[in-house]
Structure formats: structure tokens, C-alpha cells
Design a protein around this ligand. Structure first.
Ligand code: SAH
Length: 370
């Protein structure tokens, strides 16, 4: 199957040589003309994938309670920047703000900023959040969001940030044995290839600690964009109080292996099958995020399974209350609860992690700081 973006990618590689996986992901996901996110609303049962806030209103509601608690932990600042990264259709923010009505003072303090790369989704967010009681603004990056005390959240945001992949080709050479997996051409078709030489020392330095244990042909993924976010959080929390909560899928500790995947209509498809028309994500390496935070001395929790996090936020109670209010939906609510927390569903695979400014206690829902 051919697509305008596939043709453009092939022409680009012919002219300029192989692309890193990160370059390939960035073009596929964010190209303004043919990229995946800018040209569609990919979410929901009619779309390509479904996320926790799309499964149930309860998810955003308990995150709303977490936000109120965080604002109280921060000393109830008169203005708090509530910043969401990658807000999708704006459903989670709308559920957060509904739950926030429980504390009128919090709601009055809130100024919402949505960081969204897709004009198509920005329009959907505007519609979803049209009737909300607090000001809603958009920014192109976390750095451009307003300063001041902040609560930053991102659900299934980190998994769509571009990754690079490295393969250990000669473990006796140690760090000098790593080569980069690339997107190349074979008979004019997109294929994985490998950089001819070992990667530079500056790239070796961004590999997580697990690199030391790699056998030949083992693969490590690195997400430079999430490292940048950690640097930005560090800078921000030097001066502004706040917390940043991320929920995503991935292991609590670094694991080897290729996790780049493409989804179309809820099914896995080949990552080169239809560039620009399939969602591309990779597992989030929570172990590496913790290493990065520690390296810049940013306070961070250990990652906890979504099941445990949501349960500590009172998800089951919320399900019981909702079922009482809508007895006809009792079974549906039980199914939603299971999808969010079942160990065979999102409960174990998905994790929550929180970064914060110094002098704040352990955030609600977490077991310990890392
Ligand atoms: N949080 C939502 C949507 C997840 S999909 C939910 O849980 O339903 C990923 C979201 O991140 C989309 O809104 C996508 O357009 C946005 N996104 C992807 N890359 C981005 C980037 N580099 N900067 C800002 N937003 C991005």
C-alpha cells in the first residue's frame, strides 16, 4: 500500500540517507500535512485506540480529586496553573473540572493550559471544554505555558514521544559496541537497518544504566524528548511549587527489547505499513525516567501500577456511588472498572509516576519516593 507520506519518506531517505526511529516517528506523527495527529481525531471506539479517560468518566474524576489534594498540599496558592500535556479530546480535563466543583476555592484558583501539537485535536478540545467555568488556554510546549505554582498532568502522552533504538553488537566492546537502529530502504521499500559504525560517545551517555547488562543483539530504547521534559520540570520546580503526574504503559524498570508499535482500528499493524495513517507508540521506560530525574536532582516517586494508584484515589468508591445513582448502568460501570484496574487489562501494564518540587510530601496514590 502506498501513501503520500510513504512516498515522501522514501524520497527523503534516497536523498539524505537513513532516518533514526525518532525522526521517522516525528514525521509520521506530527507532519503538518500528512502526519497522524494533525490530520484526525484518532481516539475512541470508532478511532484507532482508546484511552482510560475515554473508557470511563471515573478516571478523570479521581484524577480531579488528586489535583485538589495536590493544590492543598501546595498550600492552596491563589492561582494554580493546571497544565495538561497531550489532552486528546479534552475528556479527562472536563471530568477533572467537574470533580473540582467539590472545592470551589480550588476551581477559582485554576487556570487551565492545554499543550497540544494537533490543530485537529485542539478544535475538539475547544468544543469539549466550551462550557467550563475556568479559563482555558493553549500553549505549544510546556516551556511556553504560564509560570507559577503548577499541577502538570499527562495521560498516554509520553508513549507517543519519539524514541531512538540502539542494539549492542559487540558486548566485549562495552559502550563502544552500541549501534543505532535506523529506518532505511531495501528495494525501494522502508525497512529497518543499522548504523554502520558505533554510536558517538555523547549518544552512549544517554543510554540507561541497564546498558551494562546487555548481551549481543539486545536492544535498548531511549526517549530524548522525555529527558527534555524532565529537565524542564527540574527548572520549573526550582522556582515554582508543583507536581507533574504521568500515567502511561510500560515497565517499572528498564527492559530490553523493541516495543515500537503501530495501531490501526485497535489492531497492531506493521510500523511501515501505512506511515501517517497509523498510531505509533513505544512503551515508557519508567526506570529510565527515574534515573534521569535523579541525575538532575528532581524529586520523583517510584512508579506504581494504575490499579493501585486509582484504588488509593477511591476509584472503587466512585464506582459504587455512580452505580447507586444509575442502577441501570451498574454492569457497564463494573466493566469499566475492570478495564481500568484488571491485571489482565490496564491495571498492571499502566503505571503512574509523579515528579515534584522539593518540600512536598509523598503525593496521594504513591507508595514511596524513588
Ligand atoms: N491524553 C489523551 C490523549 C492521548 S493521545 C487521552 O488519554 O485520551 C496523545 C495526545 O498527545 C494527543 O492529543 C496528541 O495530539 C498529543 N501529542 C502527541 N505528540 C505531542 C507533542 N509532541 N506535543 C504536544 N502534544 C502531543
Amino acid at each position: 500500500m502506498t501513501s503520500p507520506l510513504k512516498d515522501r519518506l522514501i524520497a527523503k531517505i534516497k536523498a539524505e540517507g537513513p532516518l533514526t526511529i525518532a525522526e521517522y516517528m516525528t514525521i509520521c506523527l506530527l507532519d503538518p500535512v500528512h502526519g497522524y495527529y494533525p490530520t484526525r481525531d484518532p481516539l475512541g471506539s470508532d478511532g484507532d485506540f482508546i484511552t482510560a479517560p475515554e473508557i470511563s468518566q471515573m478516571f478523570g474524576e479521581v484524577i480531579g480529586l488528586w489535583c485538589i489534594q495536590t493544590w492543598q498540599d501546595m498550600g492552596r496558592p491563589a492561582t494554580v496553573q493546571l497544565i495538561e500535556l497531550g489532552p486528546g479530546r479534552g475528556i479527562m480535563m472536563s471530568d477533572i473540572l467537574r470533580a473540582a466543583k467539590l472545592d470551589k476555592d480550588f476551581l477559582e484558583a485554576v487556570n487551565v493550559t492545554l499543550v497540544e501539537a494537533s490543530p485537529a485535536l485542539e478544535a475538539v478540545q475547544g468544543k469539549t471544554l466550551g462550557g467550563t467555568p475556568c479559563p482555558i488556554n493553549w500553549a505549544h510546549s510546556l516551556e511556553k505555558a504560564p509560570t507559577g505554582p503548577a499541577i502538570i498532568i499527562g495521560n498516554e502522552f509520553l508513549d507517543c514521544l519519539p524514541i531512538r533504538q540502539f542494539i549492542q553488537k559487540d558486548r566485549f566492546a562495552g559502550r563502544a559496541g552500541w549501534q543505532e537502529r535506523m529506518v532505511a530502504l531495501e528495494d525501494d521499500a522502508l525497512r529497518f537497518g543499522i548504523s554502520p559504525a558505533a554510536i558517538s560517545e555523547s549518544l552512549q551517555a544517554i543510554l540507561p544504566e541497564a546498558q551494562e547488562d546487555a548481551k549481543n543483539d539486545e536492544l535498548l530504547e531511549v526517549c530524548p524528548a522525555s529527558a527534555q521534559i524532565i529537565d524542564q520540570l527540574k527548572q520549573r520546580f526550582e522556582t515554582d511549587r508543583g507536581r507533574a503526574l504521568f500515567i502511561d504503559y510500560g515497565p517499572a524498570e528498564t527492559e530490553f527489547g523493541d516495543t515500537l508499535q503501530a495501531l490501526k482500528r485497535h489492531d497492531k499493524v506493521g510500523v511501515f505499513s501505512d506511515p501517517g495513517n497509523t498510531d505509533l507508540t513505544a512503551r515508557v521506560d519508567f526506570g529510565a525516567l527515574i534515573e534521569l530525574a535523579k541525575a538532575v536532582d528532581l524529586s520523583v516517586t517510584n512508579a506504581v501500577p494504575q490499579r493501585e494508584f486509582l484504588s488509593k484515589l477511591g476509584l472503587e468508591m466512585r464506582a459504587i456511588a455512580l452505580s447507586r445513582a444509575k442502577p441501570e448502568s451498574k454492569e457497564k460501570i463494573a466493566r469499566q472498572l475492570h478495564r481500568l484496574t484488571g491485571t489482565d487489562e490496564m491495571g498492571e501494564l499502566f503505571k503512574a509516576i509523579c515528579f515534584q518540587s522539593d518540600n512536598l510530601d509523598l503525593p496521594l496514590g504513591f507508595r514511596d519516593m524513588a
